[in-house]
Design a protein around this ligand. Structure first.
Ligand code: SF4
Length: 338
């Protein structure tokens, strides 16, 4: 799992197609740099990945896929299904709104190799949803998740950190609700501010202050821990290029190209510091083993975690390694005593 674990997609952006209006923070045209939708976008994306695409899913992102005009939606599904049938892609995934996954459209999706439906839930606090001009409430999201699962699709829940009116408690509740709604995986997006959005105006007028990167990391961590505890992979933290993010120079707020890594660094730091703090007699030496591929996350960027731990627990010599024995996100602590 977790992280920020890399999930390979062949993204095809349908900027705000199907959206009944713009949510307060959203300008997919700014995010993706696409002014409109080119129906050839799928073929262009497939040509770019060639045979390398066969392990990946064709991902219709950046709009409300199930709310776009039926004829265009079906044309895209037909073409994508043909690529899957040719063995050039593993399946189809799409993102959409919770109020756009009725039985009729889910029945259509079932005729195609759609494996995963991603729902932009963003928050399960109605006050936050209202402030974001989402146009649906939390009960709609709960019902949408139930329906998507009942139709047999894998469900990914997307949530945001730092929306207007939101609080750390509301974000933790959103993560717990997503787990209860049965999401198989999650994406966590700290809120960025794009030009030409109502949120941008709110910042200019002093009605909204974007989070800093440090604040975004601190507020993302508890929801991440909730998903980790519930064994739900967090497949992305923070908008990045694979979400179509271009022109990062136009973005205000907590943009960092490796935000997920920062959250994971903090996750492991707290695990280690918490374990060491709980020991009455501190050992001289501790070896810490983590799952394969996670060593740099445990030690931290530029060994920051190591330095912080050495400062907090002087006299404890720490060594780190990876082991198949460690499950994802698990740490194994080895001291002389154990
Ligand atoms: S956040 Fe999603 S539903 Fe809202 S405008 Fe953007 S793409 Fe559409």
């Amino acid at each position: 799992m977790p992280s920020a674990a890399r999930h390979a997609n062949i993204p095809v952006f349908v900027p705000q197609l199907g959206c009944p209006h713009a949510c307060i923070f959203c300008d997919q045209k700014s995010i993706t740099g696409q002014a409109g939708f080119d129906p050839a976008a799928l073929d262009t994306a497939m040509a770019a990945v060639g045979k390398a695409g066969k392990e990946r899913e064709i991902a219709f992102f950046g709009g409300s896929f199930t709310a776009i005009p039926r004829s265009l939606m079906i044309t895209l599904l037909e073409r994508a299904a043909a690529y899957v049938a040719e063995g050039r892609a593993a399946g189809i995934r799409l993102s959409t709104r919770p109020d756009a996954v009725g039985e009729e459209v889910l029945t259509i999706l079932r005729h195609y190799p759609v494996k995963t439906v991603e729902l932009g839930i963003q928050s399960t606090d109605d006050r936050v949803l209202n402030a974001a001009l989402r146009g649906h409430d939390a009960a709609t999201s709960a019902e949408a998740c139930r329906r998507v699962k009942a139709f047999g699709f894998e469900l990914v829940g997307q949530m945001m950190i730092g929306l207007p009116e939101s609080t750390p408690a509301a974000e933790e509740k959103t993560a717990r609700d997503l787990v209860a709604y049965g999401v198989d995986a999650a994406r966590i997006y700290p809120l960025l501010v794009f030009p030409d959005t109502a949120l941008f105006d709110a910042v200019k007028e002093g009605r909204y202050r974007p989070l800093t990167v440090t604040e975004a990391v601190a507020r993302t961590l508890p929801p991440y821990e909730i998903f980790a505890e519930a064994m739900r992979p967090v497949i992305r933290i923070g908008l990045c290029e694979s979400d179509g993010l271009r022109h990062t120079e136009q973005v205000a707020g907590p943009y960092h190209p490796a935000l997920g890594e920062l959250v994971l660094n903090e996750f492991y730091y707290r695990k280690i510091a918490g374990w060491l703090s709980g020991l009455t007699n501190k050992p001289d030496k501790v070896s810490i083993l983590s799952a394969p591929g996670t060593l740099s996350q445990v030690i931290g960027q530029k060994k920051r975690n190591l330095r912080r731990l050495e400062a907090a627990f002087p006299g404890v010599a720490l060594t780190f390694g990876e082991s198949e024995r460690a499950a994802p996100r698990q740490l194994i602590f080895i001291t002389k005593e154990n």
